[in-house]
Design a binder for this molecule. Structure first.
Ligand SMILES: [Mn+2]
Length: 288
């Protein structure tokens, strides 16, 4: 466990163990423990709680950025599901995100399953009509519906792809039934096997995005050797530093207005995934 911090003693349930009031915090961490449609490994409902536990293992001083990012203020909120399905829970998610946006917060939403992005992205689109989405994922997630549900994790980006540009990186699993939606319409897809050279990938990604960007990160975009605790792992993902290079490049080159980090599915006895997820969020806050 970390020692008491300059901000005070470790506060359970708070990102990094540091409590900050909503005002004047720069960042909001919105915990969304929603899981209804997982199709392979189950357990992402535990993702947000384990993400918070993982964050307690981090140093508050960011060794790469050489600063204490938490001093900008990070307020942690959770939105319990009360057993609700997507039809009832997603409007609450959208309203929560919109309320935080109205207060000028930079919102990091933590899942939970990736279909939550269907509730989040519209809140950002309403506020930023020129928005585009960087979709970091192993899976294309473009199916209009899957296993009988349009709210499936396998459909996470379909609604956004009908409304705004969606740029996909890390992709290495595409269903035959969604292949016609890849690199079509608003969607620009950079399949992993064709884009192994990151130095040439980043400029292409920046060209495909608009100026204002929402980051939708499925942790399985990283290689399972980096983050094994995901619902549907796929080999051949980004290394830790490759992933950071892409995300840092987009944050530096664009105006990133919101981030979601989805599909953390903890493995009992292995804290590496939740620690990596928490470190990713803290590092992205630092880049911002
Ligand atoms: Mn995925």
């Amino acid at each position: 466990m970390p020692t008491p911090t300059p901000a005070g003693p470790v506060v359970p349930g708070q990102f990094l163990g540091v409590k900050a009031p909503l005002e004047p915090a720069r960042f909001a961490v919105l915990l969304l423990p929603f899981e209804k449609t997982t199709s392979y490994r189950k357990g992402t409902a535990q993702g947000p709680a384990r993400f918070i536990e993982g964050s307690l293992g981090l140093e508050l001083w960011d060794e790469e950025l050489r600063r204490r990012t938490y001093r900008a203020g990070i307020h942690t909120l959770r939105l319990p599901t009360r057993g609700q399905g997507a039809a009832a829970y997603f409007p609450r998610v959208q309203a929560a995100a919109a309320g935080l946006l109205d207060r000028g917060k930079t919102v990091f939403s933590i899942g939970g399953e990736h279909s939550l992005s269907q509730a989040l992205i519209p809140a950002f689109l309403r506020r930023h009509p020129g928005l585009s989405v960087l979709h970091f994922d192993a899976h294309a997630d473009l199916r209009p519906s899957y296993a009988g549900s349009p709210f499936s994790h396998a459909c996470a980006l379909y609604p956004a792809s009908r409304r705004c540009p969606v740029v996909q990186v890390g992709i290495r699993s595409i269903g035959e039934d969604e292949a016609h939606l890849v690199n079509a319409g608003n969607v620009v897809t950079f399949p992993m096997h064709e884009h192994r050279d990151l130095r040439s990938l980043l400029p292409k990604v920046l060209r495909a995005l608009t100026d204002t960007v929402y980051l939708s990160i499925d942790l399985d975009g990283f290689d399972p050797s980096v983050i094994p605790g995901v619902g549907t792992p796929q080999p051949g993902g980004f290394s830790w530093y490759e992933g950071l290079d892409i995300l840092r490049g987009v944050i530096k080159g664009k105006r990133v207005v919101g981030v979601d980090v989805m599909e953390l599915c903890p493995i009992d006895g292995d804290v590496s995934s939740e620690l990596a997820a928490a470190k990713l969020v803290y590092r992205l806050m630092g880049y911002l």
